[in-house]
Every structure is written in structure tokens, then in C-alpha cells.
Ligand binder design. Structure first.
Ligand SMILES: NC(=O)c1ccc[n+]([C@@H]2O[C@H](COP(=O)([O-])OP(=O)(O)OC[C@H]3O[C@@H](n4cnc5c(N)ncnc54)[C@H](OP(=O)(O)O)[C@@H]3O)[C@@H](O)[C@H]2O)c1
Length: 263
């Protein structure tokens, strides 16, 4: 019987040279794309700081990353909690002796519930998907400035290019992330800090498992992690994938609502 594929084999080809000796903070590491990014990066000489709310799956991913040779520090925290994220960032930089990359990946997707007239869901989307990105990345900037290098990465979405029916909050949160990253980039470039915005199409994770509508060109989390790390290694300002979504993205704004996934 064939041996099960290792997490690295499942992750496909990742340019290990680009991440040799990397010190990486990743949010949303307990599941989905964050888990796949963690396992794709895990290797001897790589230090990983992992953040998510649920301690148990986070510990499981941490143990798998350690088994692949990485040093791991886990921070069970809510990215919406600025104090907890500042503490996690400070501890990781102290323990790892610096930080080379930060992946603001944690995110949620919920329908707007606009007809119920309840702003709670939209508030939570902004708190996690927008404020959470800010809380993740900004505390690391002073360390990166001192080092004279670093790379900030935010996981946005193809949904940032067009409000989808019933998902205005999610799309707005990702649009805000794009704008924030575009604003940070020119301020940080003179300090040797790169800024990348990753806009994936559909990925097979718990976030999409509930969707009852068609999700074309769906990627596995491992393939999405591979494409994310490739874009980061190349220092891309913005990456849209898969290629079919890259072709569609400029047309999205012009599409009538009836052509979009309905909820
Ligand atoms: N799946 C897709 O089709 C798709 C497409 C484009 C972009 N994205 C984006 O990719 C990112 C990852 O999504 P995914 O598909 O991997 O989703 P997922 O499988 O649901 O994983 C989400 C991760 O974020 C963590 N998380 C959620 N809220 C958090 C909070 N308040 N504080 C800390 N961690 C939190 C979750 O862990 P805990 O529950 O343990 O906190 C989990 O580790 C998101 O930003 C999402 O918007 C996804």
C-alpha cells in the first residue's frame, strides 16, 4: 500500500530558498488556507508564530509543523483583540529574534442578513476581516523598520472586486483590505518592507463548505497555499488566482447581478 503523502508533498512545489530562515507570523493557522500555509512553510530553520482562537486545532497544526522541523510558538487569540495581538507579535519577535513575514489570513464569511435589519454580523465581519488585519500587521512594522526588511501579506479575495448579492459585508471587508495594503505599500517600501495582497478565488475549506451555490475553479487549500507563497516569494504587489479568476476579475464589475452567485 502506498504511504500517505507528506504535508509537504500535498503542498506541491514551494520555493524553499525564498523562505530559508524565515520567521513568519500566520493568523488563522488552525484550519483551511492558514493551516496549509503553515505546513508548506514548516522546515528546519523556519520559525513560525501561529494565531487562531481555537487552541486545540492550533496545537495540532503546531505539532505537525514541528514534526517537519520548524520551531513553533502558538498564540490562541482573537485577531480582533488589539492587545492580545500586540502581545503575540512582541513575544514572537522576542522568541524568534525578529520577523521576516506576516500573513494576515484569519477571516470569516457570513451573509449580510440585511433583511433582518441586524448590524451584528456586518460589525463582526469588519472587526475580524479588517480590524483583525490591522491588529496583525501593524505591531510588527516597528521591528521590520528596525531590521530594514520584512514582508506584510494580507489574504483578501476575488470578492474584493465586486459586491456579491447578499455578501456586501464580506466583499466590503476585503475591498478595505486591498485599500489598506495599497496605502501601506509606498510608506513601507523606503524601509525595505514589501506589501502583498493575495486575492484567491474559491478554496475548498470550512468557509466555503456551507455554500450551496456553484463555486467554479475551486482550489484545494494546499494549491492555494502554493500559489500564495509563490506570489510572496516573487514580491508581487497583488496576486489573483487561479488564472481563470484573474481573467474574470476585470469583468466582474460590469457583470449584472443575475450572473453572480446568488444567496
Ligand atoms: N475559502 C475561500 O474560498 C476563500 C477565498 C478567498 C479568500 N479567502 C480568505 O482566506 C482566508 C482563510 O479562509 P479559509 O477559507 O481558510 O477559512 P477557514 O477554513 O474557515 O479558516 C479560517 C481561519 O481563521 C481563523 N479565525 C477566524 N476568525 C478568527 C479570529 N477572530 N481570530 C483569530 N483567528 C480567526 C480560524 O480559526 P479559529 O476558528 O480557531 O479562530 C481559521 O483558522 C480568509 O481571510 C478568507 O476570507 C477564502
Amino acid at each position: 500500500m502506498a504511504a500517505p503523502a507528506s504535508p509537504h508533498a500535498q503542498a506541491g512545489h514551494v520555493n524553499r530558498t525564498a523562505f530559508r530562515g524565515a520567521k513568519v507570523l500566520i493568523t488563522g493557522a488552525s484550519a483551511g488556507l492558514g493551516r496549509a500555509l503553515t505546513l508548506a512553510l514548516a522546515a528546519p530553520g523556519v520559525d513560525l508564530g501561529l494565531v487562531a482562537r481555537r487552541a486545540e486545532p492550533l496545537a495540532e497544526v503546531g505539532a505537525a509543523a514541528q514534526a517537519l522541523g520548524a520551531r513553533v510558538w502558538s498564540y490562541p487569540a482573537d485577531v480582533g483583540d488589539a492587545a492580545a495581538m500586540r502581545q503575540a507579535a512582541g513575544d514572537f519577535v522576542a522568541q524568534a529574534g525578529g520577523v521576516t513575514h506576516a500573513f494576515a489570513n484569519a477571516g470569516i464569511s457570513e451573509p449580510d442578513r440585511v433583511l433582518q435589519g441586524d448590524p451584528t454580523v456586518l460589525g463582526e465581519l469588519m472587526r475580524i476581516n479588517v480590524i483583525g488585519v490591522i491588529n496583525t500587521l501593524l505591531p510588527l512594522v516597528p521591528s521590520m523598520v528596525r531590521q530594514g526588511r520584512g514582508h506584510l501579506v494580507a489574504i483578501s479575495s476575488v470578492a474584493s472586486f465586486r459586491a456579491l448579492p447578499g455578501k456586501g459585508g464580506y466583499c466590503a471587508s476585503k475591498g478595505a483590505v486591498n485599500m489598506l495594503m495599497d496605502g501601506f505599500r509606498p510608506r513601507l517600501r523606503p524601509h525595505g518592507i514589501r506589501v502583498s495582497t493575495i486575492c484567491p478565488g474559491f478554496i475548498a475549506t470550512a468557509l466555503t463548505a456551507r455554500n450551496a451555490y456553484p463555486m467554479p475553479f475551486m482550489l484545494s487549500a494546499e494549491r492555494a497555499a502554493e500559489l500564495t507563497l509563490r506570489a510572496v516569494a516573487r514580491g508581487r504587489r497583488q496576486a489573483v488566482f487561479p488564472w481563470q479568476m484573474r481573467l474574470i476579475a476585470p469583468l466582474l464589475r460590469r457583470m449584472p447581478d443575475f450572473m453572480l452567485p446568488a444567496r
